[in-house]
Design a protein around this ligand. Structure first.
Ligand code: NDP
Length: 278
């Protein structure tokens, strides 16, 4: 029997954990499907998607650097993809190529449901103004925080982001060095951790009672997590966000919600093992 085909597309793609995550979801929910890695040439994203469709592909996750191209390519967009301006999930339905963005839902579920962190009425600081930051703005604002402050190295991008979402809640932009007072939740949506860097965030934003979240994940704490912990914050990395956004995509494709807990535990073990062997 021909299995339904799904894939994660990006460039590079060899590092992606999505095939392991979706294989575990499929096994757990008894869904018969195949999920693979798809390397698209930098100038050949649309052709790669068209070929995957010709071969009977049903849906895709989209990762760096194609989330904006996927947004343009989709013929129908969900409201959250439209506001995010980026697409991380594609699927064909009713002769349309649908684009959705599940990153923000993934973050909010991980924070709220898995980590037990309340977002409503809290002061939130979001570091970064790239694709990931943009994708989480609306889902965070829908949880009604007291204030959402965006800080970015290129401050004009933080100002643009704050303006874009100003009708959805209390949003402000700030320079890093002008950040005032402590925050309840600090989310690192910069890619600084990829290069073992720390965004220039003042230590005064953290205190005991602050929850610091790095979207980056791995077998070890990031420099951001170490810095936040040193200044009293509770910390968490972005593995849960990765798994929850995948679960949301799986639900869109298959209509069934996997149990993410065991997948999280298994992947954490693998990441720690890989870090110890490195
Ligand atoms: P982008 O390239 O779109 O944006 C990068 C952002 O990081 C920009 O705001 C940039 O600032 C800022 N930045 C980069 N380096 C530094 C630095 N050294 N100091 C301060 N700011 C810096 O990346 P994405 O938004 O797509 O991804 C951001 C991070 O989120 C990545 O680490 C990615 O792995 C992670 N991510 C995790 C997900 C998950 O499921 N866990 C999902 C999606 C993303 P400037 O504008 O000034 O260049």
């Amino acid at each position: 029997m021909e299995l339904d085909r799904y894939a994660v597309v990006g460039n590079p793609i060899a590092h992606s954990r999505s095939p392991e995550i979706h294989a575990q979801f499929a096994q757990q929910t008894k869904q018969l499907l195949r999920y693979e890695r798809l390397l698209a040439p930098f100038d050949g994203f649309a052709e790669t998607i068209a070929e995957f469709s010709r071969q009977g592909g049903k849906g895709l996750n989209v990762t760096v650097p194609f989330k904006l191209e996927a947004y343009t390519l989709a013929t129908s967009l969900t409201a959250r993809a439209e506001t995010a301006g980026a697409v991380n999930t594609l699927f064909w339905r009713d002769d349309q190529l649908w684009g959705d963005n599940t990153d923000g839902a993934g973050l909010v579920t991980d924070l709220n449901h898995n980590a037990g962190v309340t977002i409503a009425d809290r002061r939130i600081l979001l570091l970064g103004a790239g694709g990931a930051a943009r994708g989480v703005m609306l889902p965070l604002l829908q949880m009604r925080p007291a204030q959402l402050t965006v800080a970015n190295r290129t401050s004009s991008k933080a100002i643009d982001l704050a303006q874009l979402f100003s009708s959805h809640g209390k949003v402000a932009a700030s320079e890093y060095e002008q950040l005032q007072g402590r925050f309840d939740i600090v989310i690192n949506a910069t890619s600084a951790s990829l290069g073992h860097d720390l965004p220039p965030v003042p230590e005064t934003v953290f205190s005991e009672g602050t929850f610091a979240y790095d979207m980056m994940y791995g077998g070890k704490q990031t420099v951001f997590m170490e810095f936040a912990a040193k200044h009293g914050a509770a910390i968490r990395d972005g593995l849960g966000m990765l798994i929850e956004q995948a679960a949301e995509s799986f639900f869109l494709w298959r209509g069934i919600r996997p149990d993410t807990g065991p997948v999280h535990a298994a992947l954490r073990r693998q990441l720690i093992q890989s870090a110890e062997q490195a």
